[in-house]
Design a protein around this ligand. Structure first.
Ligand code: PLP
Length: 371
């Protein structure tokens, strides 16, 4: 469904239409120069051979330091596996922790690749409701959905698509239940650095010793360093899980690109550039303000990532018709909410300029006023 919209948007653009693109899933910023320089240096120095399957020791060292610096967590090299993007780290994780018939609990709305990855591992995604006003997991529903087959719950904070950031009390509540019921937590923290309103990113693994042992943290350089094309992600977990991931990866893809690994070391070795998050916050404000001026659309202000997940219920359209018509009639591309588990929402990305946001909001408002 996402591909259908993006293909249509591309076609309109190639036909010379004035397209406003709110469909992007990646930062529109360029990778910082010092990271590119590190990659060029790596090529010149002949770092063009295989590396250990789950990443070079020097990159694991940089990841360990990052966890200590940003999350207050201690890891050893045997507890880290580097893969070809966070997506690959997630795929490997489900393959390793899930058996046929297991269930993985998935708070709705969810990033659209999770259910497919869970199914590819022979397991079953089980949706858990969230509270619309806050995005908090509905704890009663969570408890109700737990069975003997429950293997893990996924936490994605900051969230794609809702931009919800979980606070410490919510995480502790989830952690207690996961520990009581012997479940893993797969904590996807890929948007960690893109956080607004002075909110704080907390890794659920840092809330206690037992939950630390049950959590598989997924992170990477794609979103925080504008490095989506470089394909570096990583998983951090207790050593038997990492051993499984390493083994799976050594017989499938082997190591992620050696050049990209060198670039990731440069990225992770410096404190994160906050300028990108500062710019995203301004854009978020512009989009939220634009949406709040449209009577038939509702939107909970996102505190992280770069998406607004807009409630379109009052327009009377389902998400696919909404996205298709808006694109065809006003040349504004948004992503239908259906593959994220909510057909009465659409996702608008603010990974574009303020001018684009203002233009798109104006078109959306006029379009809905006439609809
Ligand atoms: N997790 C979430 C929630 C995402 O939104 C994405 C990318 O859109 C990923 C993981 C994948 O990241 P990567 O590009 O590093 O594979």
């Amino acid at each position: 469904m996402t591909l259908e919209i993006t293909a249509k948007a591309k076609r309109l653009k190639s036909e010379g239409r004035d397209l406003v693109n709110f469909a992007a899933g990646e930062p529109d910023f360029d990778t910082p120069q010092h990271i590119k320089d590190a990659a060029i240096k790596a090529i010149s120095a002949g770092m063009t051979k295989y590396t250990p399957a789950a990443g070079m020791p020097s990159l694991k060292e940089a990841i360990i330091k990052k966890f200590k610096r940003d999350n207050g967590l201690d890891f050893e090299a045997v507890e880290i596996a580097v893969s070809c993007g966070a997506k690959h780290s997630l795929f490997n994780t489900f393959q390793v922790i899930c058996q046929q018939g297991d269930e993985v609990l998935l708070p709705r709305p969810f990033w659209l690749s999770y259910p497919e990855m869970i199914k590819l591992a022979g397991a079953k995604p089980v949706m858990v409701e969230t509270i619309p006003e806050s995005g908090k997991i509905d704890i009663d529903d969570f408890k109700k959905k737990i069975t003997d087959s429950s293997k893990a719950i996924i936490i994605n904070s900051p969230s794609n698509p809702s931009g919800v950031v979980y606070d410490k009390a919510w995480l502790e509540e989830i952690a207690d239940i996961a520990c009581e019921t012997s479940m893993h937590v797969v904590s996807d923290e890929i948007y960690e650095q893109l956080i607004y309103d002075g909110a704080e990113h907390i890794s659920i693994a840092s809330t206690g010793k037992e939950i630390r042992a049950r959590t598989i943290i997924i992170n990477g350089v794609s979103k925080s360093y504008a490095m989506t094309g470089w394909r570096i992600g990583y998983a951090a977990a207790e050593r038997t899980i990492i051993k499984g991931i390493t083994s799976l990866q050594s017989h499938s893809t082997s190591n992620p690109s050696s050049i990209s690994q060198a670039a990731a070391i440069a990225a992770l070795s410096q404190d994160v550039e906050t300028s990108m998050a500062v710019e995203f916050e301004k854009r978020r404000n512009a989009m939220v303000e634009g949406l709040s001026g449209i009577k038939t659309i509702g939107c909970v202000k996102p505190r992280g990532a770069f998406y607004c997940f807009a409630d379109i219920r009052r327009t009377g359209m389902d998400s696919r018709s909404f996205a298709n018509k808006l694109l065809e009639e006003r040349h504004v591309a948004v992503i239908p909410g259906e593959p994220f588990g909510m057909d009465d929402h659409v996702r608008l990305s603010f990974a574009c300029s303020i001018e684009e946001i203002d233009k798109g909001m104006k078109r959306l408002k006029e379009w809905l006023a006439r609809a």
